[in-house]
Design a protein around this ligand. Structure first.
Ligand SMILES: Nc1nc2c([nH]c(=O)n2[C@H]2C[C@H](O)[C@@H](COP(=O)(O)OP(=O)(O)OP(=O)(O)O)O2)c(=O)[nH]1
Length: 257
């Protein structure tokens, strides 16, 4: 399979770059049809000339999509100077001299142009997201289960599930905001751990950042929500999550396993 590689250094942490890669506006300009605003494992992408790809990876290590004739991989490498973005495009070649000529003139040229343009879009999106406001969420785990809560408002989100948390106030540290929100929403103190998954873009200037957390006492109650429940790794994909949380399901499953 012919393969083309290109790399670029982006001046942003890996959690920001991995989140920016989920933003489907980075690829829709190339005639790719996508199911929603965020890339999610299992999504089907429909490209020009009937090319179909399934998303097989979308996490802190990068994204991958693969189909019958084409494979796209973006790997992220943390360096001291930022995040190295390594793109790999592989495609099935038509056999013979004509095929080799087509690979060299059409395939490689097109792939290179697309990668260059997407790399510029990615750098711009990362610089927007670096200064975005943050909504924090807590992945509270107890006995191999994750605590989820069901929203009661607004009407468009009522009945959907999310993680406890909320907006970081100006001047507040994300970890402090998460502790405050858990007391407000669940009535319990938590100890906050590491970030889980990428910064998921919610709007142009707003991201969702999830941290692992443990209860530091007490029993959580739904003080501002319809309900709270403890969910197993197997139940995670079937719950009607808010769209941004659905993207994080593989990372949350890894946390539980
Ligand atoms: N708390 C929380 N918010 C989430 C999650 N996923 C997700 O898309 N969001 C969105 C929903 C809202 O648009 C936004 C945060 O809303 P919020 O209502 O929890 O925040 P808040 O308590 O600070 O309330 P507000 O002042 O912004 O109304 O983030 C999640 O897992 N937890």
């Amino acid at each position: 399979m012919p393969e083309l590689r290109a790399s670029a250094l982006v001046d942003a942490p890996v959690s920001v770059v991995a989140g920016a890669l989920l933003d489907t506006s980075l690829i829709t300009g190339f005639g790719v049809r996508v199911p929603g605003p965020l890339l999610c494992v299992g999504d089907e992408l429909a490209g020009p000339f009937g090319v179909r790809l399934a998303v097989t990876r979308a996490d802190l290590s990068g994204v991958s999509a693969a189909g019958d004739f084409l494979e796209l991989h973006t790997d992220l490498v943390v360096t001291g100077a930022g995040t190295m973005v390594v793109d790999r495009v592989g495609w099935t070649s038509v056999r013979g001299v004509v095929g080799r000529f087509a690979d060299m003139t059409v395939g490689r040229g097109t792939a290179l142009r697309v990668l260059e343009k997407r790399s510029a879009l990615l750098a711009r999106r990362c610089s927007e997201l670096r200064s975005a406001r943050v909504v924090v969420g807590a992945a509270i785990v107890r006995g191999g289960r994750l605590l989820a809560q069901q929203r009661s408002f607004p009407e468009s989100h009522a009945g959907q599930w999310e993680l406890p948390g909320g907006r970081v106030e100006p001047g507040e540290k994300p970890v402090d905001a998460l502790v405050r929100e858990c007391v407000e929403e669940l009535g319990v103190p938590v100890v906050v751990g590491d970030q889980v998954g990428p910064d998921v873009p919610l709007k142009r200037d707003l991201v969702l950042r999830i941290f692992s957390a443990e209860l530091a006492g007490g029993e959580p109650e739904a003080l501002e929500h319809n309900a709270v429940r403890w969910v197993t790794a197997g139940e995670l994909p079937g719950l009607p999550w808010l769209p941004a949380d659905r993207v994080l399901v593989p990372a949350l499953q890894r946390l539980l396993n």
